[in-house]
Design a protein. Structure first.
Length: 363
């Protein structure tokens, strides 16, 4: 059974659903447990046909005596579900679910998603790690930094559904809506807008490039209704290039935007959580796009064999040069190698098989 707080966004929720749908149905029967039926992605999960339990699988551990009492109630509930393994996609530092699973006698594993300890308590993470039967880490740097001596950690990068994301003809609706002409160049970034994503670096590089490329557009796709999003929009408004830089907000048709794109850029900074294994980058690669990513963990795992597709985080000048190179050159062989690399190493079935191996070795 997979546990996750909610499906408010399609990030971790989509990753969970992709794995659950891709497991060998003759060996595994997935269930999902989340707090509530709200969230933009919940309907998609419900329509998948995978059974969903609506139950909060965490308790407040303060005051301690009350927390322990509630944990035993939670353990009783978990045991009543008759599941063989609980796999947590919770990001925070809660350990009550792990403790309840331990009491119920159910093996508990979790996926470590980002390059920091989520929540306020590192000790809580140490405890939930101690209680876990196994840990799935998304990049090699994560293992070195957080689990250097642990023997119960497996590298399991994210995967992409290559039956959903693949090279396709430009979407006419997007071309028409944004008045993109045949010879225009389009750069796209998909990321929920938080400072760690470094999108202002991309905007600065784009503003310099647009002085030399007359017809170039930039799509910034993802949640932007926050302070950082407002900062970026104000920056663009003052730049005089508002008509060429499009903030779309969240969209459910990312693939359609990728289909009209020439280049995908992920400019994550080397601060705080950095990247685990960015699915947006994998989706762009699976669609056959040229890509650029900053040289930070998670991204450099994916692009380790393609150093020219990376740039130093925060370096506007180098990013500008890399973008110019990618927009000008026509290298079909490199494009093909990137696509083959993605399908071979990051197809969702590769990720699902690694999950299956973890589950079978845990039982």
């Amino acid at each position: 059974m997979y546990t996750i707080p909610n499906f408010d966004t399609a990030g971790s929720g989509k990753a969970l659903l992709n794995v659950a749908k891709s497991l060998d149905s003759e060996k595994f029967e997935p269930y999902i447990c989340c707090d509530h039926p709200r969230g933009l992605f919940f309907k998609t999960v419900k329509d998948s046909g995978i059974p969903i339990y609506l139950k909060k699988t965490r308790v407040v551990m303060i005051p301690r005596y009350k927390g322990i009492k509630e944990t035993f109630y939670l353990a009783k509930y978990l045991k009543s579900l008759n599941v063989d393994i609980i796999h947590s996609f919770h990001y925070g530092d809660d350990y009550s679910e792990a403790l309840a699973a331990k009491i119920a006698g159910i093996p508990w594993v979790y996926t470590k998603k980002n390059m920091n300890w989520g929540g306020k308590s590192k000790n809580s993470w140490i405890l939930r790690t101690f209680l876990s039967k196994h840990i799935l880490a998304q990049n090699t740097e994560m293992i070195k930094e957080f689990f250097p001596k642990s023997k119960k950690v497996t590298l399991v990068p994210r995967g992409v559904n290559t039956k959903e994301f693949f090279p396709s003809a430009p979407n006419k609706g997007i071309l028409t809506k944004y008045r993109i002409q045949k010879l225009d160049k389009v750069i796209t970034c998909v990321a929920n807008l938080h400072p760690v994503k470094g999108v202002e670096i991309l905007i600065d590089a784009f503003l310099q490039i647009s002085k030399f490329f007359n017809s170039v557009n930039l799509f910034i796709i993802g949640f932007n209704d926050n302070e950082y999003g407002e900062f970026l929009k104000n920056k663009v408004n003052k730049s005089g290039k508002k008509s060429a830089i499009h903030f779309t907000g969240k969209v459910n048709n990312v693939k359609e935007f990728l289909s009209v794109s020439d280049l995908f850029v992920l400019p994550t900074l080397n601060i705080k959580r950095r990247e685990g294994c960015p699915v947006a980058l994998l989706e762009a690669l699976a669609c056959g796009l040229k890509v650029l990513g900053s040289n930070v963990c998670g991204i450099n795992n994916i692009l380790s064999d393609f150093p020219e597709n990376m740039f130093e985080p925060g370096n506007v000048v180098q990013l500008k040069e890399r973008i110019e190179e990618q927009l000008i050159k026509e290298d079909k062989i490199e494009d093909k190698l990137l696509l083959e690399h993605t399908i071979k190493n990051y197809d969702i079935m590769v990720e699902a098989k690694k999950h299956e191996d973890v589950y079978l070795n845990t039982l």
